[in-house]
Structures are given as structure tokens and as C-alpha cells.
Design a binder for this molecule. Structure first.
Ligand SMILES: O=C(O)CCC(=O)C(=O)O
Ligand SMILES: [Mn+2]
Length: 208
């Protein structure tokens, strides 16, 4: 296979008000996206997490895993996760994503949508440990699923629908998390598996 098959597509800014979002449908990740997907599905110790929302326990409708530097502890929805150590594949992906994003990351949250019934509720990535204006780099592999974005304050704005391609990179930064929520709906049309990786920088207490 020639290198051209993995040709790097530049990140393009998306025209979304009050947001700072960039997308490339096909970035160079250092290996064939099909084999990255296969390796992640097989090698990651996927877990079903139970989260607590308003005093009630729910099982997340997808599988997840958290990797990062030892001090990159992450808490959301009553769930506190200790990171697993970087694998060589995840380190390689981190290096490529850092070069594309022009930012550094100390952790990655992986989500595995087994089929069309798996989903992620609307949320902002705005936990305090992500800092004021988080930079989040999101790699998608496998079935194309649509990221839905809804403005938090301007209810008159229509939802923005972003279909995320196999081998794509979406970068969210600036005020995006202050102004927009995002999520992945389940769909009626059956589809294959999808893995999403969101690279993040977690600031431990006292470091900013
Ligand atoms: O699966 C996706 O594209 C969204 C993932 C996401 O929003 C998250 O991990 O916070
Ligand atoms: Mn998110």
C-alpha cells in the first residue's frame, strides 16, 4: 500500500457561529484506518460504565475506555476514571493528532458504538479539569455517524449535523464548549461498529 492512500487532508474551519471547529474527512493517522479500527476493537479493555445522573444510576449506551498519563484523572457524571497507560498504537495516534491539532494531549477517551443502537447524549465537554477553553481532538473510525450540535443559548439556531467519516479528525476549541452541546443519536438504519477517540488535556489540581 502506498503512502498516498493515507494522504493528509488539511483541517478546514467550519462556519458555525460562536464555535471554533475544524474538520478533515481524511487525515493521516500513521496507519490504515481499517486496521486501526480492528486493533482497537480487539485490544482495548472495553467497559460498560454506570453513571449517576441526578441521583439515579444509568448504564451508558456504548462501551468506553480511558487512557492517559498517570495523573490525568477524569471525573464526569459521578464517574471517576483512572487512566490506563498508553499503548503503542494510542501513543502513535496521539503523536499524529498532536501534529495536526498543534496542541498537546495527556489523555484520550475512547467510545465504542457497537451498532446503530449505541449513542451518546447531548453534553458539553466542560468539566473543570479540562480548563477554560478545552481543545478536544476527535478521531472517528468505522461507520459514519452524525454529530449533532445544538446551541446552548440561541434556541432559534438550527441544530448543526456533522457526519463524521472513517479516518476523520474534528477539532473543537475556543468557546465551542461554552456555547454548544453535542451528541450522537441512535439511528434506525442498522450500521457497523464505530470507535471515536477524543484526545484531551486534563489539568490536575494546582496545575491550572
Ligand atoms: O463519538 C463522538 O463523535 C463524540 C464523542 C464525545 O463527544 C465525547 O467523547 O465527549
Ligand atoms: Mn464530547
Amino acid at each position: 500500500m502506498t503512502r498516498d492512500l493515507f494522504a493528509t487532508g488539511a483541517l478546514e474551519p467550519l462556519d458555525i457561529p460562536d464555535a471554533d471547529i475544524y474538520y478533515s474527512p481524511n487525515v493521516g493517522l500513521g496507519a490504515d484506518p481499517d486496521s486501526i479500527l480492528e486493533e482497537l476493537v480487539e485490544q482495548i479493555p472495553w467497559r460498560t460504565e454506570t453513571i449517576n445522573l441526578w441521583g439515579k444510576d444509568y448504564q451508558q449506551p456504548r462501551l468506553a475506555a480511558w487512557f492517559g498519563d498517570a495523573d490525568a484523572r477524569y471525573t464526569y457524571s459521578g464517574l471517576s476514571l483512572d487512566p490506563l497507560p498508553w499503548t503503542s498504537l494510542l501513543s502513535m495516534l496521539r503523536n499524529h493528532v498532536e501534529a495536526l491539532a498543534g496542541a498537546t494531549f495527556n489523555s484520550v477517551l475512547l467510545n465504542y458504538y457497537r451498532d446503530h443502537r449505541d449513542s451518546m447524549g447531548m453534553h458539553s465537554d466542560d468539566e473543570p479539569e479540562l480548563g477554560t477553553n478545552p481543545i478536544i481532538a476527535s478521531v472517528s473510525l468505522g461507520a459514519q455517524r452524525t454529530l449533532v450540535l445544538k446551541h446552548k443559548h440561541k434556541k432559534e439556531l438550527k441544530s448543526v449535523l456533522l457526519p463524521l467519516d472513517h479516518g476523520s479528525l474534528l477539532l473543537m476549541k475556543g468557546a465551542t464548549q461554552h456555547n454548544w452541546k453535542h451528541g450522537i443519536n441512535k439511528v434506525s438504519q442498522p450500521c457497523g461498529p464505530r470507535v471515536n477517540l477524543t484526545f484531551r488535556r486534563i489539568f490536575s489540581r494546582g496545575s491550572g
